[in-house]
Design a protein around this ligand. Structure first.
Ligand SMILES: Cc1cc2nc3c(=O)[nH]c(=O)nc-3n(C[C@H](O)[C@H](O)[C@H](O)COP(=O)(O)OP(=O)(O)OC[C@H]3O[C@@H](n4cnc5c(N)ncnc54)[C@H](O)[C@@H]3O)c2cc1C
Length: 335
């Protein structure tokens, strides 16, 4: 039976890519300016978009062309690409000069990605949940700092999406062509299983890096929130920013793992919690003050549901500006 349920794509776009949907809505409306928009339904042939402009509400059914690229791994991939084509077309029609949307930035980064044939140089178990691998043979790797992340692929070609996932560069040594990566242990997953037993000499494909964290220069307090997969990003950002500014880290890892992560930054205020409680604990922490003061910047890297809870709270009750946070879902717990 064909799987025609693409509600997950609609949910994802509504939650994380409203700026792209507004761009598409502007193109649909022509001269009127949309005040809100969301996707109601996605099928393999069309997508139903609700657009609000002032007191008026319109419903547009837009055709999706999923036939163009036969090389796509699944129908979902083809539907995602067809929706991005809508964004591309809307951009062509846009005369407002609005900045690139988050989705446009992601796609541009993917299109300009280059791949290296890397080799594991060393492997160390840092704690019961984190294993560090050092990758070498990365001559020309242009480190971006911050939360820079790469894709690691186990297949020998660059197109296959199987056995490929994002990982953060914990440390980069461009002169030596080396990077360190922290792999969180989890029971399923091709790349994590591979990392759990990878030894020096094992090879993998490593992509060029990209980054999300771009805070304004005048931040005074950085709040880092994450779990084991997000830990490398949190540890690296803590090292880059403290002690110049106040850094608080709310992390869902065990005590030993946290000690390893923040060993070089003892001034960081570390609050420990457990996986499954991260979103709630972080939200409660923010409730201590009526709203985060100006100068606060929140970086979140963790499980999908917990990051969604955090983002809802901070954007809603917390009243924090879009330019004060970068919250990314790094993985998703299967319910
Ligand atoms: C920007 C970015 C940076 C990231 N950086 C890191 C990093 O530095 N270190 C790191 O370990 N991860 C990191 N991740 C998360 C990592 O990409 C995912 O955990 C990914 O799913 C791992 O790929 P896999 O092949 O092992 O598992 P997949 O094949 O993708 O997943 C298989 C199953 O495992 C489950 N799963 C995936 N991750 C976990 C987990 N951590 N715990 C429990 N279940 C899980 C999934 O729900 C799925 O059911 C990052 C993600 C992003 C988006």
């Amino acid at each position: 039976m064909l799987n025609d349920d693409f509600s997950e794509i609609a949910r994802y776009l509504n939650q994380f890519h409203r700026d792209s949907l507004l761009l598409v809505a502007s193109a649909l409306l022509g001269h009127a300016t949309p005040t809100d928009t969301s996707i109601d339904k996605v099928s393999r042939t069309s997508c139903l978009i609700q657009v609000v402009a002032g007191d008026d509400q319109f419903s547009h059914e837009v055709a999706l062309d999923i036939t163009r690229d036969a090389g796509e791994a699944s129908v979902s991939d083809a539907v995602r690409r067809a929706i991005f084509d809508l964004v591309r077309n809307a951009r062509r029609l846009d005369r407002s000069g609005r900045p690139p949307t988050q989705l446009e930035r992601i796609v541009a980064a993917t299109e300009s990605e280059t791949w290296f044939d890397a080799e594991v140089r060393s492997a160390r178990q840092l704690s019961s949940s984190i294993r560090e691998l050092t990758f070498g043979s990365l001559a020309g790797f242009a480190s971006l700092g911050g939360d820079e992340h790469i894709r690691i692929g186990l297949a020998t070609d660059d197109q296959s999406r199987a056995g490929r996932a994002f990982f953060t560069v914990r440390r980069a040594r461009p002169a030596a062509g080396e990077i360190d990566v922290w792999f969180a242990r989890h029971p399923s997953g091709a790349v994590s299983q591979w990392a759990a037993s990878a030894q020096p000499g094992t090879t993998a494909r490593v992509s060029s890096p990209r980054r999300v964290f771009q805070p304004p220069p005048d931040i005074t307090h950085l709040v880092l929130i994450g779990d084991a997969p997000g830990l490398a990003a949190l540890a690296r950002l803590a090292e880059e920013w403290s002690p110049e500014i106040k850094v608080t880290a709310i992390v869902a890892v065990d005590c030993t793992t946290a000690r390893v992560a923040f060993a070089a930054t003892p001034e960081v205020d570390v609050i420990l919690t457990e996986c499954g409680a991260l979103g709630t604990v972080a939200v409660r922490w923010f409730y201590r003050a009526p709203r985060p003061p100006a100068g606060t910047y929140v970086f979140g890297a963790g499980e999908h549901h917990e990051m969604a809870l955090l983002k809802r709270h901070l954007r809603g009750v917390g009243g924090i500006g879009r330019d004060q946070l970068a919250i990314s879902e790094y993985w998703r717990r299967q319910s």
